[in-house]
Design a binder for this molecule. Sequence first.
Ligand SMILES: Cc1cc2nc3c(=O)[nH]c(=O)nc-3n(C[C@H](O)[C@H](O)[C@H](O)COP(=O)(O)O)c2cc1C
Length: 191
Amino acid sequence: MTTPIHVLGFSGSLRKASYNAALLRAAAELLPEKMSLEIFDLSPIPLYNNDIEVAGVPEAVQNFKARIKAAEALLIVTPEYNYSIPGVLKNAIDWASRPPRESPLSGKPLAMMGASGGASGTMRAQMHLRQVCVFTNMLPLNKPEVYVTKAAEKFDAEGRLTDEATRQRIRELLTALRDWTRKLRGEANEF
Ligand SMILES: Cc1cc2nc3c(=O)[nH]c(=O)nc-3n(C[C@H](O)[C@H](O)[C@H](O)COP(=O)(O)O)c2cc1C
């Protein structure tokens, strides 16, 4: 008998009509059995400043860290900015990683995906995110890789993911994250 897996998901784009935020909302519709997804908005996280940290970790950051701690796995949805991840996402990870001995990121299973308007589908940003996983000791799933290319063709005007092949790919990613999390827990997979 396996227990459900609670996932915390966040998007590296803050804009209202973000394709990446829409991709994260689509994931919430495509969850396999025994998995739940909580979406966290990174907007309230201030810019990292060690002076602020020393004076007292801001409430928004404390809340973010608590939600990461409460989750068994993470789902990060990232745009690609200048061949890397956006500062918004890196900043949030930087806050969460502090202090390293108490980082809730350490040992956390992680799946990633991303959408871009062009043909790369955030491939280069995701490779950078994998590099960030090394020192933070997050445990990213290697496969499947989900690169959503030409995003404008895959969402409708309301931001709903309409491309069936992409929806299927997300189902596969979430199922693989569930199995990866169970494997790290030392549980055999039922499926
Ligand atoms: C500062 C900046 C840099 C960007 N750099 C890239 C890039 O390197 N590669 C790419 O495919 N798209 C790039 N784009 C385009 C984004 O992929 C596109 O704006 C995308 O829709 C952003 O994600 P969102 O819809 O979730 O906000 C860049 C956009 C911005 C604002």
